[in-house]
Ligand binder design. Sequence first.
Ligand SMILES: [Zn+2]
Length: 416
Amino acid sequence: MNAKLNPKRTVAELKELRSFTADENGAQRVAFTKAWVETRAWLRKKLQDLPVEVQVDEAGNLWATLRGQSERALLIGGHMDSVPNGGWLDGCLNILAGVEILRRINAQYDGRPPVTVRLVDWADEEGARFGKSLFGSSACSANLDMNEARGLKDKDGIALPDALKQVGVDFERVKESGKQWNSAAAYLELHIEQGPVLLDLNLPLGAVLGTFGVERHAITFHGQAAHSGSTPMNRRKDALLAAAKMSSEIYRIAERSNGGVCTIGSCTTKPGIVTSVVAECRILLDQRHLDAAALARMLKDAKEASERFAKEGNVTVSWERLWQIEPVLFNKDLVQMCSDAINETCGKVHRLPSGPLHDAAEVAWAGVPTTMMFVQSLHGISHNKVEDTKEEHLEMCVTAFDKLADKAIEWVRAKE
Ligand SMILES: [Zn+2]
């Protein structure tokens, strides 16, 4: 059998997928819609020539299993769903590279590799319709908050459990998908970077160290409304003045943190009229770092700064936590193998954290040794029809990811 990997075929299949799932505004493969069901039917056809067992688990995740000499399984994952008006690579590159790697492994080992190899297409990674990302993988990892998810509705008022029923998924049973971990020994995910780091370094590929932890807070400064004309500047309790000082301070906090990022993404004022000093100003702060201690320090710095600015401006401040998630560090051995695979493919490697969350974070949470590989994104942009990656880089990432799969198979086998 011909055991040669054909990365050009992956690029051709990505274009084929685009030809029937994208319009002039970009990819339209929102999870649990007709287009998504059609996409999965197409994927099943691609898998038809392989001796794989295809099944859909209780959470709607699709698994293609190539049985090996050992039950212990190497997992390769991605997601076929997209945001509305999405890019042509986000999620599906991972899956189609995985299909190509399955073909190579199947040919090389005559249908029976040393360990089992499983490709998983996670259901609703993007959360575009119900506002809840990582649905399928978080159900599998048992992180999914069932009460919260049960109440989610799309913009037409359709509840998530009803949308799931349409595609044959029983919401109350989604966590039973957790049994998929029983044989899982390692998990690999390839993804476009979706940011500009590799582009700025002029590097095609990167090894991902983990996903950022997040601290998200609403910070409210409380001052006093007063007439814009009659109140002297030195008599004001201006809630906006203190909030505005935070907007430059977070740049200094992020800089000191060595690798973290901070964003004030929203600012609302009351009474919100130009003839009154601002009585109340609420800003939303998002802070992210790969290191838990550094993240905690960034948060402490922001709290101290807010209190200092409040005092300076004769106003008060209160904090409310909106959301928090711990950083997820990937498996050291697998990150090293990923670096080696990249080095062997293109001679240069960069290690970087992932800003966005990915299904890989849920898998790592579930205790499965995990890593990811990033390929450069042109313009550093994703979730947009302009999302793109050079074809030579796409081919290179399939080659490097295949080398990583090979190393991981050996690693899983050796740990038996
Ligand atoms: Zn994605």
